[in-house]
Design a protein around this ligand. Structure first.
Ligand code: B12
Length: 382
């Protein structure tokens, strides 16, 4: 039997209660034909047209479906957007001074949110199907969905100048996930922008990745460079990377709205001890098996050991820790050119001229990779 509008209105209220009971912290509903999403789709096209996605080819390949919820699923009538709070009591900006430690960004030093959010989305979807019927699909991040503008239209917060969703209750620390449904649910009011004249997130960015407020050039973003970028990290970004070995929190952490944020007390999303800040000496010695075991179940594992060690070597080069020299030198014999290239750069940051000349005499003659040869040339100009 078809469900009437008034029954659906009640359903929306019950759904909100159930979402909170399942461990979500924020919930809102958007009509799938909300006009705000069409303009977000146009901005996605502009972003892609000027190449700001870098080598995230998957953003481009699925752009048609990401453009609008109806392109992904024409039958969707409502989108339920959920937020999961991962805010803690620590200010991650304080970690940047600890140069001897590899600094993993706040979202990643814990259980993978894709797993946690998806499990809860599925539970909520089962509940909704039981109560309201209809067909539905659940998405978290991996599907081509413009999650942030949908979250804004559903009233969870607004897309701040750093481009992420900011919530009055949870600051910049919300993970997002969604349920698309064929049900007509009463939509929530969209959130208004409360960034005002503030530009702290734009000014703190170590690599000037914001060409304008509300716009990110991913190619300059340390999060992109350390997580998504496949190749060598350009020399321009290496010193600004500091000790950040996976992701970057600066623009989120400086947001004044975090002062009002409710902390997450949930054990499932608690940071795992010994993952966020780890001695660089230990990280430089990780082989593939040890890397996989240390970061099992976290987003870091997907990076793969070689790109992770590439990042660790950059942090080592910035560390002022002479004790790391033998560990870095050992990595000059690695099969991966990504690793060897950054080992050369890291040595050049820590050695004096004579030390660098000695190490070059030993390893440079046998180097055949053109990129690594280029690093040797830059590090030991003749
Ligand atoms: C691709 C991607 C990245 C890329 C690109 C980031 C980006 N800003 O697009 C990289 C690898 C850099 C990245 C980094 C991070 N990410 Co990310 N990422 C995504 C992903 C998969 C797609 C985002 C997307 O569509 N980008 C395409 C471009 C076009 O989008 P955009 O920058 O948001 O562009 C908008 C603005 O430019 C805006 N705009 C342009 N002009 C103007 C003008 C005005 C006035 C206004 C209002 C808006 C506006 O319109 C565009 C369309 O909405 C989403 C998941 C998802 N499916 O949405 C997660 C997601 C955005 N990431 C997330 C997280 C947590 C992060 C990091 C914090 C991780 C970290 N600590 O390192 C950083 C934050 C960096 C940052 N400042 O954005 C969360 C953010 C949660 C939240 N509260 O918003 C998401 C939603 C994943 C999730 N499910 O929770 N990410």
């Amino acid at each position: 039997m078809p469900t009437s509008i008034s029954e659906h209105e009640n359903l929306a209220d019950a759904l909100q209660r159930e979402a909170l009971a399942l461990g979500f912290d924020a919930v809102g509903i958007m009509a799938a034909d909300d006009p705000a999403i069409a303009s977000a789709g146009d901005r996605l096209d502009q972003f892609l047209a000027i190449g700001r996605q870098g080598d995230m080819a998957w953003l481009e390949e699925k752009a048609d479906r990401r453009h609008h919820p109806h392109a992904l699923w024409p039958d969707a009538r409502s989108i339920i957007m959920l937020g999961l709070n991962y805010g803690g009591d620590e200010n991650p900006l304080h970690r940047l001074a600890e140069k001897a430690q590899g600094n993993v960004s706040v979202y990643a030093g814990r259980k993978d949110y894709h797993v946690v959010v998806k499990k809860r989305l599925k539970a909520l979807a089962r509940w909704l199907q039981g109560r309201g019927g209809g067909a539905l699909k659940v998405f978290v991040d991996t599907a081509p969905v413009l999650e942030k503008p949908i979250a804004q239209a559903a009233g969870l917060g607004w897309q701040g100048k750093h481009t992420n969703l900011v919530s009055r209750e949870f600051g910049s620390w919300l993970f997002l996930g969604s349920i698309f449904t064929t049900l007509d649910l009463t939509p929530d009011e969209p959130s208004a922008d409360h960034c005002g004249a503030c530009r702290k997130c734009l000014d703190i960015c170590p690599t000037a990745a914001f060409p304008a407020p509300y716009q990110l050039d991913a190619r300059r973003c340390l999060s992109y460079l350390s997580i998504e970028h496949q190749g060598h990290i350009d020399v321009e970004f290496r010193q600004p990377m500091g000790n950040r070995i996976f992701g970057c929190d600066d623009c989120l952490a400086v947001c004044p709205w975090n002062k009002f944020a409710v902390m997450s007390h949930e054990a499932t999303m608690a940071p795992r001890p010994g993952l966020s800040m780890v001695d660089l000496g230990d990280l430089l010695q990780l082989d593939d098996a040890a890397f996989r075991s240390l970061y099992a179940g976290t987003p870091v594992k997907r990076l793969g050991r070689d790109r992770f060690v590439r990042n660790v070597l950059i942090a080592a080069g910035n560390s002022e820790q002479i004790r790391l020299l033998p560990l870095i030198e050992a990595l000059l014999s690695e099969p991966s050119p990504l690793v060897r290239a950054m080992a050369v750069w890291a040595l050049s940051q820590l050695h004096d001229e004579a030390g660098m000349a000695a190490v070059a005499a030993k390893y440079r003659p046998s180097e055949i990779d053109p990129d690594v040869q280029g690093e040797w040339s830059a590090a030991t100009p003749s």
